[in-house]
Ligand binder design. Structure first.
Ligand SMILES: [Zn+2]
Length: 319
């Protein structure tokens, strides 16, 4: 059943380059997600307000699938007409962030509660690899400009709502050959959601990536590291492999000045000089984190490795 949205999206995407309705008026949404429970990693977007301005075109094929005419807000709706097959999805209890008492140890294999890593998850790499979450943003082009000049490729885990707001930046990421993966639609802690809500968060992110740049991602990074075997099973059914991280730069702490850039660069130099390998967690959603990303790239040195290469060099990152 999971092939249906993919096939439908591909089919309609190639057939509907004609007239599109004018973009809807700006839909300002107050964005104030919680902090996370992994030492507040991946929490850079907890800044007080992000305003979403829908600019991406909403294609006719998506209206045909969903019956809607514009991009949804953070809580993207489940589209029942897709007939997602929930058979065999593990029935672990939903748990909110930091409520780890509701998880089931090794059976549910939560990453944010216990750092459990699933059999197919990607958490480590045999190179030092840069990964950027929470974009695209107005600050991403600065990073793209640097990467293009340095002839480097990185992995971007994008938010659907950000692709909606910055479709041109997202197309630039694609044109310049970077790995594009999903970080959900609205940056939600997925284990706290119902099965249907999890499908919606992943499916809408895939749809906007497809509608904007014609790509269907194969990798997925859970916001706040929030993933257990229930979330994994649903993601897998959508063709997505979970990617987490093992080296946290804590770059988001630059935004509230709780960590200095020198501390971050010093940590990365220690990794580099000691031959430490792995997947570094970074963000591309403020000037501070983008500047750090550029400096970290300089420290790491020439590499064009993406998370797809952490499994096997040359593995496609798209479906
Ligand atoms: Zn994030």
């Amino acid at each position: 059943m999971r092939l249906i949205p993919v096939i439908a999206a591909l089919l309609f995407a190639t057939c509907t380059a004609s007239k599109l309705p004018p973009p809807p008026p700006p839909d300002l949404i107050n964005y104030d997600p919680d902090k996370d429970s992994l030492g507040a990693s991946d929490a850079v977007i907890h800044r007080s307000n992000i305003f979403i301005h829908p600019r991406a075109e909403f294609p006719q094929w998506l209206t045909d699938i969903t019956g809607l005419h514009q991009w949804p807000g953070l809580d993207a709706p489940y589209v029942s007409g897709m007939n997602f097959d929930f058979t065999g999805i593990p029935q672990f209890q939903q748990y909110d962030q930091r409520h780890c008492e509701r998880t089931y140890g090794i059976n549910s294999c939560s990453f944010d509660c216990g750092l459990c890593v699933g059999h197919n998850d990607i958490r480590h790499c045999h190179r030092l690899v840069q990964t950027f979450d929470d974009g695209p943003t107005a600050d991403t082009p600065t990073l793209l400009h640097y990467l293009k000049g340095a002839n480097r490729k990185v992995s971007f885990f994008v938010l659907g709502i950000q692709v909606v707001s910055f479709p041109e930046v997202f197309r630039s990421m694609h044109r310049e050959g970077h790995l594009l993966a999903t970080h959900t639609y609205g940056h939600t802690h997925l284990p706290s959601l119902t099965n249907e809500q999890i499908v919606a968060q992943l499916q809408w992110s895939i749809w906007v990536m497809n509608a904007t740049a014609g790509v269907i991602p194969r990798f997925f990074r859970p916001p706040f590291g929030g993933v257990d075997n229930r979330v994994r099973a649903i993601a897998e059914r959508l063709g997505l492999t979970v990617v987490v991280w093992d080296l946290d730069t804590n770059d988001w702490r630059l935004n509230d000045q709780s960590r200095s850039s020198d501390e971050i660069y010093g940590q990365v130099r220690v990794w580099k000089n000691n031959g430490v390998k792995g997947i570094m967690l970074e963000h591309d959603n403020t000037l501070f984190t983008v500047a750090a990303g550029i400096e970290i790239a300089e420290i790491v040195g020439k590499t064009d490795y993406t998370v797809a290469d952490c499994n096997r060099k040359g593995t496609p990152w798209y479906q």
